[in-house]
Design a protein around this ligand. Sequence first.
Ligand SMILES: Nc1ncnc2c1ncn2[C@@H]1O[C@H](COP(=O)(O)OP(=O)(O)OP(=O)(O)O)[C@@H](O)[C@H]1O
Ligand SMILES: [Mg+2]
Length: 403
Amino acid sequence: MPSSGKIEIFYTAFREISNVIHSSTRADEVLELIVWKVTETLAAKGALLRILNLETERFELNAAYGLSDAYLSKGPVTRQSIITEVYKQKSYVIIEDVLKDPRIQYPREAYQEGIRMVLDLPLVFRDNIAGLLRVYFPESRPFEEDELDFAVALAQQCACAIDKARLIEEQQARYNQLALHTEKLSALGRMAAGIAHEINNPLAGVLLYSSNLSKKIPDDSPLKEGMEIIIRETQRCKIIIQELLEFARDREPKKAKADIHPIIDRAVSMLENEFRLRRIDLQKSYSKKIHTCMLDENQLQQVFVNLLLNAAHAIDQQGTIEIRTRVDPAGHRMFIEVQDDGCGIPPENLNKIFEPFFSTKKNGSGLGLAVSYGIVQNHRGELTVESQPDKGTCFTITLPMRQ
Ligand SMILES: Nc1ncnc2c1ncn2[C@@H]1O[C@H](COP(=O)(O)OP(=O)(O)OP(=O)(O)O)[C@@H](O)[C@H]1O
Ligand SMILES: [Mg+2]
């Protein structure tokens, strides 16, 4: 065939493959086309494409053309048996005699399949061999330079297609996880709102009647103590229900111009007794670069009370809580860190603590962090955590600092 005719065939095949790579999100469709086109344009017997599975260290079959099922069932192939130093240095390797080359793992079967010669094209991305395009020929023959150029360019396209498919797969997996998480949270929120609503009224009745009864019971009666417990525990339930309703209502913050530091100070002063009882040393370091911005003072105070109370619970007896504020170099955001040297959070719990009702405490409702997370988000901010078991925990609130 005259050389210009051949180049035209190569060019057409190449363009067809490029089109599919750009328009399709399905890697298998692209790879099927590649093995078919490479077989056709190089007048080969067939071709197959194996991609390296990083977990098993084996080349697994991803697409094949022109080979019998019996031959294909011979894989997967180990990495060591195929990839020698030659492959890392070269963009292609020609195996002239399938019966004598150690890189052919099943020489006898290959010969029976009618294969005499093999052209290997390693698929390289980011300097690693991630796959192999193997083209099989029914007889030994010399290759022309433009044939090899075409095959190498095709292998590069192939590597790009696999890379793109992997990226799409990763993004899809991340998206699915996020969607599941959001759905779970909103279902929990709906359920919480329903339960809270139903329980609120009977609870008010229990509280009213038990308070009335308690007033009628003389102080020295043995019933008095039990009655006080009923009242106390019912009040506790009411607080939990209120928190729940607050959480489910997801109310918009009522923002006004305010300084963050007095809000933190108010939360600290509410908990001073708690800190004294647990012998907690509280240290503050406030940045002078923070200016007033639009905040809902009540909501943010609630966030700091939640974080500080959690820190105190984590310390139990004697420790340090540090509150630090700082701004980013551009002055666009402020960071408020609440750090304790308490028990820390085990890694397996780190992604659960912001979920409503997750609590490791005997009397915890598991709503403190869920509510705080919602409030910070409503301020267009972020609430993140870093923790090491037995060393301590640091919660960071990031808030935008536009005036
Ligand atoms: N500073 C901290 N150190 C260690 N663990 C923490 C810390 N803050 C939160 N946690 C963990 O996260 C869980 C959830 O916290 P969250 O404030 O949402 O609920 P809670 O404190 O258990 O109950 P409550 O609703 O009464 O606040 C806690 O039970 C605890 O296991
Ligand atoms: Mg809490």
